[in-house]
Design a protein around this ligand. Structure first.
Ligand code: GLN
Length: 602
């Protein structure tokens, strides 16, 4: 199945191909050789997928589109102060080749020839003879491949580019160009003659849309700061004297070139590259313009037309009860947790945390009951913006100051969320981190039990009359069962049961804590004295999980053979045990269903 976007590009490509209006640029003689029928488009996504249609692989010269990337390079290399001193950022409202400067004799902006020549001048000044090499290499990194140069176009423009020469000398007169004017012009003519395809342009535009990281190669090429400034001048001046109209109608930062190319770069969404050599009176590709307009209006992509329901960022906000934790609790613990259920609040977030969503979360956290433990699960949160982190700092400060413990979960040290986490933990001992929400809940429950009840029963020994598997049996019957069992002791860290072994016995835990784990290491449950494990041996002959001693453990082991012998002489007791087992399993099923429901909330 072709994707809907590919289908869209295909349809519009077919529709706009019939438009024959406009004219191929002819003031650079070599450009007249372009095939006016050519029409290609390409769209690159933030995950590095590239859609292509028509002549998307046909090379043509980048021309003015280079201006956006060379400006970005100058900002990145030389810093904003030097660049902004030499070149303005006001739209000129004039054609790209206008010779007019601002009242203080600077180029209006870096998207018109005067500003671009000044920009190449800054790089030439800093890099000397290596300037073009650096520009060529940078453009190639934006495209994700080594780009060629059309020497004929370069020579043709150099031979006829007197207007640009006049602009450059004027800039020299006003001390904007401080060095070898011919050398700078040479860099500028060459950078305009770099060969790209619509596909290259899409990837280059997508790199700008992706915060400066090429989504295909993964390389970070410029900083997010430089991206925002580059997209700003593209927005106000990228389409020359059509810029106002463009931002009004299309609303996507863009840049065009007389070679017939256009890039459009929608932050965090897409990069579009189009190619068709026939230009309108403003010097913008006719079909390319139509393609951009169609994409924007069909999908409503105008950069200023945005609305999100930020409230969906909280997908769950609840109080913990004993049910939430993986640890099987003693009845007294469950009761205590039930009574204190307001002590633990769990807030699960979804989606990137931005300024708006974090502000909403901050107000939600501030209101409501005053839980001592606030668990914030970020497993569905891919990132925290700088603004959100600033707001979060204050929220955390406020909550920890009133004595709350803040526990974050759902990510590990490799996550982009980690640097914020590390800073929060450094600032307050009341901030903690767990990889898994389950572990955070269990920890918080332990804290509540510790605060309000203590752990003394972990140290006590449980008798068989506390075993729910044996409930309903008389003292004598329990005595008989005890006689069939063997006392076993295990050291901390010892494996009591191996998954995959044959299951020939079950264990009544009398003292200590054991954990039931999958072979991956994931813990299914922790058990306390009075609980049974390995009991599935009564119905299944293979062990399905490992059981480890978390502390020194004492238990009674009952072999299945002994149970079967006992069953033949005490059928009604055996029946009772099976009924108890069914009850235990049913309880576990209810717990599992509750968890599935919680997990499938998203
Ligand atoms: N608009 C353009 O693409 C102009 C670039 C061309 N090299 C020039 O300087 O005239």
């Amino acid at each position: 199945m072709t994707s809907p976007l590919q289908e869209f590009l295909k349809q519009r490509h077919a529709a706009f191909k019939t438009d024959d209006s406009g004219a191929v640029a002819d003031y650079i003689p070599e450009l007249t050789k372009a095939n006016p029928a050519h029409f290609g488009a390409s769209l690159a996504t933030m995950d590095g997928h590239v859609y292509e249609i028509g002549d998307s692989a046909v090379p043509f010269t980048i021309q003015s589109i280079s201006k956006a990337f060379v400006f970005a390079l100058a900002l990145e290399r030389l810093g904003q102060e030097r660049v902004e001193k030499a070149i303005g950022v006001e739209p000129s409202g004039e054609a790209f080749n206008s010779i007019r400067l601002t009242t203080d004799n600077r180029p209006f902006n870096p998207m018109v020839n005067a500003g671009a020549i000044a920009c190449s001048g800054l790089i030439h000044h800093a890099e000397g003879n290596g300037a073009f090499e650096l520009i060529h290499e940078t453009l190639s990194r934006f495209a994700g491949r080594k780009l060629d140069i059309d020497d004929d176009v370069y020579l043709s423009e150099r031979a006829t580019g007197d207007r640009n020469r006049a602009i450059a000398w004027l800039l020299h007169n006003y001390d904007v160009l401080k060095c070898d004017v011919d050398g700078v012009l040479d860099v500028y003519f060459r950078q305009c003659a770099v060969l790209v395809t619509a596909r290259d342009l899409a990837v280059m535009a997508a790199t700008l849309a992706n915060g400066g990281r090429n989504p295909v190669t993964g390389e970070q090429i410029i900083s997010p700061y430089v991206v925002s400034r580059t997209l700003s001048v593209m927005t106000s001046s990228g389409m020359y004297d059509y810029a106002g109209e463009w931002i009004y109608r299309v609303g996507i930062p863009a840049k065009s070139g007389v070679g017939g190319g256009i890039i459009a770069s929608l932050p965090a969404q897409l990069g579009l590259g189009t190619f068709s050599p026939k230009l309108d009176d403003h010097g913008n590709s006719v079909r390319g313009l139509k393609m951009c307009e169609a994409l924007s209006s069909h999908y409503g992509l105008h950069v200023l037309s945005r609305a999100d329901d930020i409230r969906t960022c909280i997908i769950a906000d609840y109080n913990a009860t004993g049910l939430s934790s993986r640890r099987n609790r003693m009845p007294s613990e469950l009761k205590l947790l039930e009574e204190r259920s307001g002590e633990i609040r769990i807030v699960e977030l979804v989606g990137a945390l931005s300024f708006a969503t974090m502000d909403f979360v901050s107000r939600r956290l501030a209101e409501g009951d005053r839980a001592s433990f606030i668990l914030i699960d970020l497993r569905r949160t891919p990132s925290v913006s700088d603004a959100a982190a600033l707001l979060a700092d204050k929220v955390i400060e406020g909550l920890t100051q009133r004595g709350a413990m803040l526990v974050f979960s759902g990510f590990d040290k490799s996550s982009p969320l980690w640097p914020s986490m590390a800073a929060w933990m450094e600032r307050s001992p009341n901030v903690r981190h767990f990889g898994l929400l389950e572990d955070a809940i269990e920890w918080a429950e332990d804290q509540v039990i510790f605060r309000y009840g203590g752990f003394e029963y972990h140290e006590s020994t449980s008798h068989l009359n506390e075993q729910s598997l044996l409930s309903g049996l008389s003292e004598d019957e329990l005595e008989e069962i005890a006689d069939l069992c063997h006392a076993r002791d295990y050291k901390t860290g010892e494996r009591i049961i191996h998954a995959g072994d044959s299951a020939a016995s079950l264990f009544f835990l009398q003292r200590g804590v054991v954990s039931i784990k999958l072979q991956s290491g994931a813990r299914l449950a922790s058990l306390l004295p009075g609980m049974v494990f390995g009991e599935m041996a009564l119905i299944d002959d293979k062990r399905t999980a490992d059981v480890w001693a978390d502390t020194p453990v004492q238990c009674l082991e009952l072999s299945v053979d002994a149970y079967r012998r006992y069953r033949s002489t005490h059928p009604h007791c055996a029946e009772r045990m099976m009924a108890n087992l069914a009850k235990l399993l049913a309880g576990r099923l209810v717990l599992a269903n509750t968890k599935v429901e919680l997990l499938s909330a998203y």
